[in-house]
Write a protein that binds this ligand. Structure first.
Ligand SMILES: [Zn+2]
Ligand SMILES: [Zn+2]
Length: 376
């Protein structure tokens, strides 16, 4: 387990801008593209991304500050199923800290409320790279507990009402008194009849079997602003599972799983790609067409361009989620050495080498011809 603040080399009080700056600096430093796919750098890059996805989100950061990695671990989710839920585990976690996960239960007062807050629903939404860059809207199917229409959520059959629990007299707790060597031993456990609610439903509603809730499918349109990264979360307050017996509803959290793009990578707000430039064009200058996310562009290549040089297209990167500005597009030049040379081409290049005083393999002989001749 690693400390996210340490990973990003910031202190715990760092503001959002500091965190973003630190992330950009480190991402540039450890990006696989600039480290020749060195596995250690790739691992570090992944860790940095994970730390940033948490610390850049105020909600996740707070959870991380409070509960550590365990508080955000479940949010990362697993598998490609967009409807897999991870909310339950997080609510379980809350339960460990607040006792029972029922903030309305109280426990001290005699008049316990039956109301229970609805659980949070977590879902992962897969998005193509380009849609995440420019923003989109998606209809998703949400399966959530809703208030039972038949009993209006009371859980009791029509014409009846929940009554005070006959077993525990409404305390919600069952006390067991045992005689021991040390005297009377009293233990209190949750009442099995009313599950601690203090109220008993003698004639349950036939639709919801006394739960007051029914599972329902609905469709929700998710508006995704431009520029959100893989792992970003959108929270819909009150759109999770309905609360039981009058409790408030939980939230719905949609986590984005953004697909990789075959050509473009994201580096913060910048898009990064590489473009192949023939050796002749790199030497003499020219232009190379490039299909960007915004359409066709032309990469101007100055005479004497080297492999690895980066061309910057301002405001052709990822738009900012707040709608103000865009990052840049960084195009890295890859000079391509010509292969499959014909006689004449070979002669021309040989002549060029001679003029420049550069030593090349002698005509019709040399090491590589001998290797070829020996059947390799
Ligand atoms: Zn019902
Ligand atoms: Zn009871």
């Amino acid at each position: 387990m690693s400390d996210y603040y340490q990973l990003l080399e910031v202190d715990r009080g760092a503001g959002p801008e500091d965190i973003k700056r630190a992330y950009r600096r480190l991402a540039r430093q450890y990006h696989p593209d600039v480290n020749g796919n060195d596995p250690a750098s790739a691992e570090r890059f992944k860790e940095i991304n994970k730390a940033y996805s948490v610390l850049s989100d105020p909600d996740k950061r707070q959870r991380y500050d409070t509960y550590g990695e365990a508080g955000v671990e479940g949010m990362a989710g697993q598998g490609a199923d967009p409807f897999s839920t991870f909310g339950a585990s997080f609510d379980d976690l809350l339960g460990q800290f607040f006792g029972g996960g029922d903030p309305f239960g109280g426990g001290r007062s005699r008049t316990r409320s039956r109301a229970r807050r609805g659980e949070t629903i977590g879902m992962r939404l897969r998005l193509p790279f380009t849609e995440a860059v420019f923003g989109t809207s998606k209809d998703v199917r949400v399966r959530a507990a809703a208030i039972c229409a038949r009993c209006a959520g009371s859980g009791a059959k029509s014409g009846t009402e929940p009554t005070v629990c006959s077993r525990c007299n409404g305390s919600g707790q069952q006390r067991t008194v045992r005689q021991s060597l040390l005297g009377q031993l009293v233990t209190a456990t949750t009442c099995p009849v009313c599950s601690g609610t203090g109220q008993e439903i003698r004639s349950p509603c036939p639709d919801c079997h006394g739960q007051g809730l029914m599972m329902e499918d609905s469709t929700l349109t998710i508006d995704i602003p431009p520029g959100l990264e893989d792992g970003s979360q959108i929270r819909y307050q009150g759109r999770g599972h309905a609360g039981q017996y009058g409790g408030p509803p939980g939230d719905l959290i949609v986590e984005l799983a953004v697909d990789a793009h075959p050509v473009f990578d994201r580096r913060g707000d910048d898009l990064v790609c590489s473009v192949e430039v023939p050796m002749t064009v790199a030497a003499l200058g020219g232009s190379v067409p490039l299909e960007t996310l915004d359409g066709k562009e032309t990469v101007e290549v100055e005479p004497g361009t080297q492999s690895g040089e980066v061309k910057r297209f301002r405001k052709r990167g990822v738009p900012h989620p707040d709608g103000r500005g865009r990052g840049d597009l960084l195009v890295q030049v890859a000079v391509v050495t010509p292969t499959h040379l014909g006689e004449q081409q070979r002669a021309l290049i040989r002549q060029l080498a001679q003029l420049r005083g550069e030593e090349v393999e002698p005509q019709g002989g040399g090491l590589f011809a001998r290797l070829k001749g020996s059947g390799r």
